[in-house]
Write a protein that binds this ligand. Structure first.
Ligand code: MTE
Ligand code: MOS
Length: 814
């Protein structure tokens, strides 16, 4: 055990405590940024002027009519920007653009005494535009050669030789959708300026330090003149990693120009039409297997739909390429990546950050190829899992692959997989119109930021004279329970009860130069920094206590709020007493903690290195039932086993696993982002811009039986108190549901039917998939079966029917 991972016997970490704000959440008393508006005097409200064109040049912008609207105070335009008119870190995102780059792009903002005044003012602004040709779909962009950013390749071995030597080679294509974050709290910023010109922005941001930097560069100020605070977020899911910056800058600009606080909160439709989403991807692939179904070679090109600007598209793509292997050993690999530039919102981070997209490709490949190889999918997957001594295609050794095998076995056992597979087969034999599927899929997910520099964390811990403790750290709370874990870490390190420790909101003037709370690394980075700060204080207090107890400082123990010597018979001094003594001896009771993850290196040009501190593992089994008349389905049961190391906070971790899984099920089966791809006047419009048209998973999609297990004996040597990150990886356990749907659809066809399933696998998509399975040559078509219902296509027609373009994939033996 390393000093970082070693856990004391009576640790507060590892105890099952509720989320630190659970009571506030459920009673409605938790404060979010927008709640502060009602506590702030003289607030102005900001409203965007969104232009309804996918692509257009702004010829003229007349703000005069808006200023005549009662209650309108000011219109913010590019001319008002004292610094850099750009909202991003890539300098490709003008904050006040003169070219409309997507349907709903905001070209200026109106400030009003009330939100209603600002809204009416925004409606009165006159914008003359010259429409320009637009690229809406990923296919449009590929055809037009419209790409942005780098085009990296991960390679190992000799793909052509590997394919040549393979017993079976298949090729195919797959296009799949992105995902709307749909955090309950939409984007929000509240900015004010003090008497010295210091700008204070409260923002729903996962990355306060970067929000601070962007606000500063827009205003032409130094970073020290801007402070950003994040109380908490009502969900971020990656959507608040980069997207809050420009919105915070607009509020801050308004505040500096008017001298009054400015509030900017997007309503749901604005949030959905203006801010970025998970990237949809297109993949083209060739894959080779040996006689036994062992992967030999993978050649693939992944194209992500980046939207109008780069934002985080490059690192998202890098993570996709680094996860295309998921949990499988592939000797020869060549995966190219590129980012399409389309006239859509700028797609961004979303839980998994490209990892899910890369992994979905290989899971789709295996799900489609298993029947063609004459293997059941579970066998094919298990046979290809990483084993000892293997490295990833980018050169990182896969440590602890036995955990993958253990998790796999644990799911087989706890889900009673073999017996239930037989039951599913028997059910399907007896049931012509309803079929079931049971699938098992693995997850391997790399933890750390690919960009090595981001792997640092900071904390500031104060112990007050009365022994109470206040913790600040660089991470933000978005519901994931980071603050709960940090309280537990501080209490463990200082050896005090949890109730002695309090946490202060995240602010850039307490802990500077922080990384985004992202890549699931919040607890790893900030936890190690909190621990470091607490250890400094504990070390100083040990000197004081040693003198008081008459023992050596190394023999002083802090536990449960008392300080004592190592001997069983030692006197016990209350923590408060030691703190008081230290104060009178003028011993510093405050410390800044810091942590950098050791051992990481990454060459982003060569796409080689060891970018991850460790891998998180998980395995899931899911069972579904599909109705052959409609494609409607239910998720009957899911069994999840996930590796969280030695959990810092088991209730929090289980909540993350459940939530991540359901969010993944949403992405893969329900949530269907549609843009108007027609040439009509609405071209480029997001047609699913509200909860009525964009279907989210809710209570009713949670499986009737949902078993979540934490992998036992899984302490992680390299992370704080032996824990592992949890935030993102469980989302990918949802592959099991998609694969179960594929298997259920296949059951409508003859044995060995390979099913090509669209993503999201909505009931409609499942219907078309099972319809094609039913019509596969050799299929047993029951007279009077659903395929011949009068309103359905004739089953005698060609096997491949026209269906939604997005599911037109080709799978062929080459
Ligand atoms: N859980 C909740 N409840 N809300 C969120 O917004 N974001 C996810 C995950 N879990 C999120 C969540 C994402 S995208 C990440 S990267 C991690 O939490 C970030 O927090 P962590 O690093 O503390 O795990
Ligand atoms: Mo999470 S997508 O890394 O914010």
């Amino acid at each position: 055990m390393s000093a970082l991972s070693e856990r004391p016997a009576d640790a507060v970490v590892g105890t099952a405590v509720p989320h630190e704000s659970a009571v506030l959440h459920v009673t409605g008393t938790a404060l979010y940024t927008d709640d502060l508006v009602h506590r702030t005097k003289d607030v102005l409200h900001a409203h965007p002027v969104q232009v309804p064109h996918a692509h257009a040049r702004v010829r003229d912008l007349r703000t005069g009519p808006a200023l005549r609207v009662p209650g309108v105070v000011r219109v913010l335009t590019a001319a008002d920007v004292p610094g850099v008119n750009d909202a991003g870190v890539k300098h490709d995102e003008p904050l006040f653009p003169d070219e409309v780059m997507f349907h709903g792009h905001a070209v200026c903002w109106v400030l009003g005494e009330t939100l209603e005044a600002a809204r009416l003012g925004a409606a009165a602004v006159e914008v003359d535009v010259e429409p320009l040709p637009s690229l809406v779909s990923i296919r449009d962009a590929v055809e037009a050669g419209s790409f942005q950013g780098g085009q990296p390749t991960v390679r190992r071995g000799d793909v052509e030789a590997g394919l040549d030597a393979s017993a079976h080679v298949f090729s195919g294509e797959f296009e799949f959708s992105g995902q709307e974050h749909f955090y309950l709290e939409t984007h929000c910023a509240l900015a004010s300026v003090d008497e010295s010109g210091q700008v204070f922005v409260q923002s729903s941001t996962q990355h306060p330090s970067e929000t601070q930097e962007i606000v500063a560069h827009v205003l032409g100020l130094s970073n020290s003149e801007v402070t950003v605070q994040c109380l908490r977020m009502g969900g971020g899911f990656g959507g608040k990693e980069m997207q809050p910056h420009g919105l915070a800058a607009v509020a801050a600009l308004g505040a500096t120009l008017t001298g009054r606080p400015v509030r900017l909160r997007l309503d749901r439709t604005q949030d959905m039409t203006m801010t970025g989403k998970r990237h949809g991807f297109h993949a083209r692939w060739r894959v080779g297997f040996d006689e036994d179904g062992r992967l030999q070679a993978l050649d693939a090109t992944l194209t992500s739909d980046g939207g109008w600007s780069l934002d985080l598209s490059e690192p998202v793509l890098a993570r996709a390429l680094c996860h295309v292997d998921n949990a499988y050993w592939i000797p020869h690999v060549r995966v190219n990546g590129r980012i399409a530039r389309t006239h859509k919102t700028s797609q961004t981070a979303f839980r998994g950050f490209g990892g899910p997209q890369g992994m979905l490709v290989i899971e789709d490949v295996l799900g489609r190829c298993a029947p063609l190889l004459g293997l059941d999918a579970a066998t094919l997957r298990q046979r290809n899992l990483y084993t000892a001594g293997r490295t990833t295609p980018y050169g990182q050794p896969v440590r602890h692959p036995e955990r993958l095998a253990r998790a796999w076995q644990q799911v087989l056992d706890s889900a009673d997989f073999a017996a239930r597979s037989a039951q599913v087969a028997a059910f399907n034999d007896a049931s012509p119109h309803t079929k079931r599927g049971l699938a098992i899929t693995p997850v391997k997910f790399g933890i750390s930021f690919n960009l090595t520099a981001f792997n640092q964390g900071g904390a500031l811990v104060h112990v007050y004279k009365d022994g109470s403790v206040l913790v600040n750290h660089g991470g933000t709370e978005m519901g994931q329970g980071l603050h709960t874990k940090m309280l537990q870490v501080a209490a463990t390190t200082l050896g005090v009860p949890l109730g002695r420790v309090r946490l202060a909101p995240t602010r850039t003037d307490k802990v500077p130069n922080t990384s985004a709370t992202a890549a699931s690394s919040g607890a790893d980075l900030n936890g190690a920094a909190v621990k470091n700060a607490c250890e400094q204080i504990r070390g100083r207090l040990a000197q004081v206590a040693a003198e008081r107890l008459g023992v050596a400082p190394a023999d002083v123990r802090f536990t449960g709020g008392v300080v004592r010597g190592i001997a069983f018979a030692s006197e016990q001094v209350p923590w408060e007493e030691v703190v008081r003594l230290a104060y009178f001896q003028r011993v510093q009771l405050s410390a800044a903690g810091f942590y950098r993850t050791e051992g990481l290196h990454w060459d982003s040009a060569a796409m080689q290195g060891e970018p991850f501190k460790y891998f998180s593992y998980g395995v899931a089994a899911a069972e579904v039932e599909v109705d052959g008349f409609t494609g409607a389905y239910t998720l009957r049961r899911a069994d999840l086993v996930h590796d969280v190391g030695d959990s810092l906070s088991p209730l929090v971790d289980i909540g993350q696993i459940e939530g991540g899984f359901v969010q993944g099920v949403g992405w893969l089966t329900l949530e269907d982002l549609r843009w108007d791809e027609s040439d009509g006047p609405g071209r480029g419009r997001l047609t699913t811009a509200s909860a009525s048209t964009y279907k989210l998973p809710s209570f009713s999609e949670v499986p009737e039986v949902l078993n979540v297990g934490l992998l036992a004996d899984a302490a992680e040597e390299g992370a704080v108190y032996g824990s592992k990150a949890v935030g993102e990886p469980p989302l990918m356990l949802a592959f099991s549901v998609r694969e179960a749907l594929r298997q259920a659809a296949a059951a409508f066809g003859p044995p060995g039917t390979s099913v090509d399933l669209a993503s999201p696998a909505t009931p409609e998509a499942v219907f078309w998939a099972l319809e094609r399975a039913r019509c596969t040559e050799g299929a047993h078509v029951d007279e009077g079966a659903p395929g011949v219902r009068p309103d359905q296509p004739d089953p005698g027609a060609p096997a491949v029917r026209p269906y939604s373009e997005q599911v037109q994939h080709v799978l062929s033996r080459t």
